[in-house]
Design a binder for this molecule. Structure first.
Ligand SMILES: Cc1ncc(COP(=O)(O)O)c(C=O)c1O
Length: 482
């Protein structure tokens, strides 16, 4: 136990900050470079900006003044009818979307590679998931958007489903044919909800995939803090009036909200919106140019493959966000996890995530050419010192899970703990996610299979970060039953 005079989090934070790491992860402002105007004000005023609900700055729970004005400006910028500022991350926005749409027991069609916030939204709402298996790029070992045929089949087989939820885009940048899916779902009276955590910047440049609001979706949860430039944890819920009514969504939003929202977060949303509204085309265009340059240079290095728009296939990769710089490293004899660690430990470069075969660098508003040069140079150096040759990294892919009972029912059911090894065939009493992807390997209420157990063992061997279970070592897991 540390002494009471110590400040473990603050110390670690200051140490991280002093390292001057080059960031290819989120937040997208990259140390303030992508939100310079706000950064300057923060430096000048410091914590004097941290106030709590004084009259002149309005109230998030019942906005009638400056927050109402700022939300209206954001709605206009993002082509929505209404925008709710969120201070509980995109997780809260995803929860509010699902809870305001689905009653307990109602069906929602969701891609299996959805983020854990969706699964938790199912626990909160009591909605029952109908999973659609995403497309898979076998060569890369990654999941994509959903194919039109698969989503059509799910919609046709579940005419009573209340909603369809999509990801726009996946973590690695793939999008589905969102406008066609919206058209189909609406023709069956289904609400379309979009987890747009990684697509905040979509509406601002012609070379970006289509945004959810432009495609006519009913709601979209937009992580302004990821690629829009605002402070971590600030997010937005966008609403198009029609099947959905923003006034009834507001009741659910208020359910999720603290009564003491941070004005630092709210003001950063305002500043990031201004940036995108006034300079979005230029800012996103610059990030795109940097990402394209990096992709070309990395693809000239033997053994590396920086994938991009060539993956577009008109179906489960209907579009591709080129600012997501996914790099397949399996040709150099290292796993993505190993390259992720090397970049951080040896070159002070932080990429967003890794898996068995790939790393993902996120290029956004605050990046500079020298950051790209550093990434390319580090990768060249890694290649020079690791000539291990091609190593086939086994990368199992999720198979369609069997949902035994709804996540909410499972959440409230009696549970017991067993060894992971003995869990085959049991119904999971908790969810397990690979981080930072946040995609469940199994979700609460699903049948645990031998493939899942083997996949977990593979990930543990790779020192991947796994979260969600009570036992952090994942030797044991909770299953349903007395
Ligand atoms: C696809 C997706 N959806 C939702 C979220 C949740 O966002 P937040 O961390 O802002 O709560 C994330 C976070 O990484 C995500 O990747």
């Amino acid at each position: 136990m540390k002494s009471q005079s110590s400040t473990p989090i603050l110390d670690a934070l200051v140490e991280c900050c002093d390292k001057e790491t080059i960031h290819f992860d989120v937040p997208g402002h990259k140390g303030g470079k992508g939100l310079a105007y706000f950064d300057t004000i923060l430096r000048e005023k410091g914590l004097r900006l941290d106030i709590n609900s004084a009259k002149p700055v309005d109230l998030l729970n019942n906005p009638s003044g400056v927050i109402k004005q700022a939300q209206a400006l954001a709605a206009e910028t993002f082509n929505a009818d209404h925008c709710f500022f969120m201070v509980g991350g995109t997780t809260a926005a995803v929860h509010a979307m699902i809870m305001s749409t689905c009653k307990p027991g109602e069906k929602i069609i969701v891609p299996r590679n959805s983020h854990e916030s969706v699964i938790k939204g199912l626990v909160l709402s009591g909605a029952v998931p109908i999973y659609v298996q995403p497309g898979i790029s076998k060569r890369l070992g990654i999941t994509n958007g959903v194919s039109m045929a698969d989503i059509k089949e799910a919609i046709n087989r579940n005419r009573d489903a209340r909603a369809v939820l999509l990801m726009n885009p996946t973590y690695y940048g793939a999008t589905s044919n969102i406008s066609e899916i919206v058209r189909l779902a609406h023709s069956r009276g289904m609400v379309v909800l979009v987890d747009e955590a990684h697509g905040t910047h979509f509406g601002f440049h012609k070379d970006m995939p289509m945004s959810a609001m432009d495609a006519g979706a009913d709601m979209s949860a937009v992580s302004m803090h990821k690629t829009g430039g605002s402070l971590t944890q600030s997010s937005m819920l966008l609403v198009k009036n029609g099947i959905v009514d923003s006034r009834s969504v507001m009741t659910t939003v208020q359910l999720m909200m603290t009564t003491s929202s941070s004005y630092l977060l709210l003001a950063s949303l305002d500043a990031a919106r201004k940036n995108l509204a006034t300079m979005g085309d230029e800012l996103v265009g610059r990030a795109l140019e940097l990402a394209r340059d990096a992709r070309n240079r990395i693809n000239s290095i033997k053994g590396l493959y920086a994938f991009g728009g060539e993956l577009i296939n008109g179906d489960d990769i209907f579009g591709f966000d080129e600012t997501k710089l996914g790099i397949c490293v399996s040709g150099i004899g290292l796993s993505g996890f190993e390259v992720y660690d090397l970049l951080r430990e040896k070159y002070n470069i932080q990429v967003e995530l890794a898996d068995g075969s790939n790393i993902l660098a996120i290029v956004s508003l605050g990046d500079t050419r020298s950051d790209i040069d550093a990434l390319v140079a580090a990768l060249e150096d890694i290649i020079a010192s690791h000539s291990g040759g091609k190593r086939q990294i086994e990368q199992p892919i999720l198979i369609n899970p069997y949902v035994v009972i709804s996540p909410r029912e499972a959440f409230y059911s009696p549970k017991r703990t067993v060894r992971l090894e003995d869990a085959e065939g049991e119904v999971s009493g908790e969810s397990l996610m690979l981080y930072p992807h946040g995609i469940p390997i199994f979700a609460i209420g699903e049948r645990i299979t031998r493939d899942m157990i083997d996949y977990i063992k593979f990930l543990k061997k790779q020192s991947a970060v796994l979260v969600g279970t009570e036992d952090p070592g994942i030797e044991h897991i909770k299953i349903l039953g007395m």
